[in-house]
Design a protein around this ligand. Structure first.
Ligand SMILES: Cc1cc2nc3c(=O)[nH]c(=O)nc-3n(C[C@H](O)[C@H](O)[C@H](O)COP(=O)(O)OP(=O)(O)OC[C@H]3O[C@@H](n4cnc5c(N)ncnc54)[C@H](O)[C@@H]3O)c2cc1C
Length: 391
C-alpha cells in the first residue's frame, strides 16, 4: 500500500532507500527514543548520510534537488519508520527551501551544502513560536493582532536580538536556526524579519529540552536571545519580508509533515491489517467480523485520500503555484487521519494494543502532534475558510 502511480525512477529509488532505512534504523531508534526520551542523533545523521536530509537542495549547491512530489514520497517512508525522527530530519529541508527562495548567493553558498551534506549534515531549526504567541504566527491573516515579541534593534552594523522561542524542533541543538523577529521596518506582520543564526553565537542560548508525551524521537527545545548581536548579512530576504517567506515555507512544511503523517498512519494500518488475520476470536480471524473489516476499510480509504491531497499540494508546489489552500487541506485531513487510524489500529489489537510491548500506543501519542505543529487543525480550517472567501 505505497504510492506508485506515475513515480519516476528517481522517486522509486529514493523511496526504496528511505523505506529500507526506516525499517532497518528508524523503527528501533524511534522506539528506543520513546522509552528513554533521548533524541537518536545517530539516526538523524544517518538519514543525512544517505542523502535524505535537505534533498531539495539543487546540484549547484551539492544536493540532488528533488521535487516536492518526490520529497513527499520520501517523507511518507520516513514517517512510516518514525514520526519524531522524521520531524527532526525534515527541518533542514524547510530552512533550505527558505534559503532557495530568499537567500543571497553568499548565504546559499555558505549554508546549502552543509544542510544537504552526506559527510556531516547540519541539523536545522525553524523558530517561530514564542511563549505568548503560537497560532497567530502561523496563519495568513496579516493583522495587527498577530503579536511577535522577539525583536531586533538596528545597530551600526547589524541587529541586536532579544526574546525567547518555545517548542522549537531541534531548538538549541541545531547548527543553523532560521528565526523570526520583528524589526522597526513596519507594524504587525509587515515588520517580521527572518534571521539566520549559527549555533554558539554569543547571546544565543539553548534553554531546556521540553519533555513531550509523544514525538520523542524528535528534540523539542527553548531558545533565548539575550542581546545577541548579528551582522546585517544574517537577515534572510529583506527586513520586513519574514511574514511572506514564512507563509511560503509553511506551505512546504504542511505538505511534507502531512506526508509523514500518512506514513505514520500507514504503519499502524499495516500492523492492524496483519494482526486482524492472525488473531482469532469466535473461531475465525477477527478481520472476518464485519466491524473490524469495516474499520480497516475506512482506515485504508482515509490514508489513500490523505496521500492524494498531499500529492496535489506537492504538484502545486512543483509548478510554482500558490499551494496555501491545498497544503492546509492536506494537513487538516492527514493529521485527523493519523489520529483516527492509529487509534483504530490500537483498538483492533485489543488489550495488546494498550500495552507498551507493541508500538501502537506510541503511534497514538505521536499522531496527536500532527494536529498541533505547523498550525493547529483549527488554523488549517481558518486558512481554508479564508481561501473560500477569496475564491
Ligand atoms: C513537539 C512540538 C514541536 C514543535 N515544533 C515547532 C518548530 O519547530 N517551530 C516552531 O516555530 N514551532 C513549533 N512548535 C509549536 C507549534 O507550532 C505551536 O504549538 C502551535 O502553532 C500552536 O501554538 P500554541 O501552542 O501557542 O497554541 P495556541 O496558539 O495558544 O492555541 C491554543 C488552542 O487555541 C486554538 N486557537 C487559537 N486561535 C484560534 C482561532 N483564531 N480560532 C480557533 N481556534 C484557535 C488552537 O487551535 C489551539 O487549539 C512545536 C510544538 C510542539 C508541541
Amino acid at each position: 500500500m505505497v504510492w506508485d502511480e506515475g513515480a519516476d525512477t528517481e522517486t522509486q529509488m529514493l523511496r526504496d532507500i528511505a523505506h529500507e532505512f526506516a525499517q532497518r534504523t528508524l523503527r528501533s531508534a524511534g522506539q528506543q527514543a520513546d522509552a528513554t526520551g533521548e533524541t537518536p542523533w545517530a539516526a538523524v545523521r544517518a538519514a543525512g548520510e544517505l542523502g535524505l536530509s535537505a534533498a531539495n537542495v539543487p546540484a549547484a549547491y551539492g544536493g540532488p534537488g528533488i521535487s516536492a512530489r518526490t520529497m513527499a514520497v520520501v517523507m511518507e517512508e520516513l514517517g512510516w519508520g518514525n514520526f519524531g525522527v522524521t520531524a527532526t530530519v525534515g527541518a533542514a529541508s524547510l530552512v533550505a527551501a527558505a534559503l532557495l527562495r530568499a537567500g543571497t548567493e553568499q548565504q546559499r553558498q555558505r549554508y546549502l551544502p552543509q544542510l544537504c551534506s552526506t559527510q556531516a549534515p547540519w541539523v536545522a531549526a525553524l523558530a517561530l513560536t514564542e511563549p505568548e504567541s503560537g497560532s497567530e504566527l502561523e496563519i495568513s491573516l496579516a493583522g495587527e493582532q498577530q503579536r511577535l515579541a522577539t525583536h531586533a534593534t538596528r545597530t551600526a552594523d547589524g541587529y541586536l536580538l532579544r526574546g525567547a522561542k518555545r517548542f522549537i524542533t531541534n531548538g538549541g541543538m541545531a547548527d543553523l536556526t532560521l528565526l523570526l523577529a520583528k524589526t522597526e521596518d513596519g507594524s504587525g506582520p509587515q515588520a517580521w524579519t527572518l534571521f539566520l543564526l549559527e549555533k554558539d553565537i554569543p547571546g544565543f542560548r539553548a534553554g531546556r529540552q521540553i519533555p513531550t508525551m509523544g514525538l520523542r524521537g524528535s528534540y523539542t527545545g527553548e531558545l533565548f536571545l539575550d542581546d545577541c548581536a548579528v551582522p546585517e548579512q544574517a537577515v534572510l530576504g529583506r527586513p520586513g519580508s519574514g511574514f511572506e517567506i514564512v507563509l511560503q515555507v509553511l506551505q512546504i512544511a504542511r505538505t511534507m509533515i502531512s506526508s509523514a503523517a500518512v506514513g505514520l498512519a500507514r504503519a499502524a494500518y499495516e500492523a492492524a491489517a496483519a494482526y486482524s488475520l492472525e488473531r482469532q476470536q469466535f473461531g475465525r480471524p477477527i478481520r472476518e467480523h464485519e466491524f473490524v473489516g469495516g474499520m480497516l476499510a475506512r482506515m485504508r480509504v482515509d490514508i489513500d485520500a490523505a496521500r492524494l491531497l498531499v500529492q496535489r499540494a506537492a504538484l502545486d508546489l512543483d509548478a510554482g503555484r500558490d499551494a496555501s489552500l491545498q497544503a492546509a487541506e492536506a494537513k487538516l485531513f492527514a493529521a485527523e487521519t493519523a489520529v483516527r487510524v492509529t487509534q483504530d489500529a490500537l483498538q483492533i489489537h485489543g488489550g495488546y494494543g494498550f500495552t507498551r510491548e507493541l508500538p501502537l500506543e506510541m503511534w497514538v501519542r505521536d499522531a496527536l502532534i500532527s494536529r498541533i505543529f505547523f498550525g493547529t487543525s483549527e488554523m488549517q480550517m481558518l486558512e481554508i475558510a479564508q481561501g473560500l472567501a477569496r475564491a
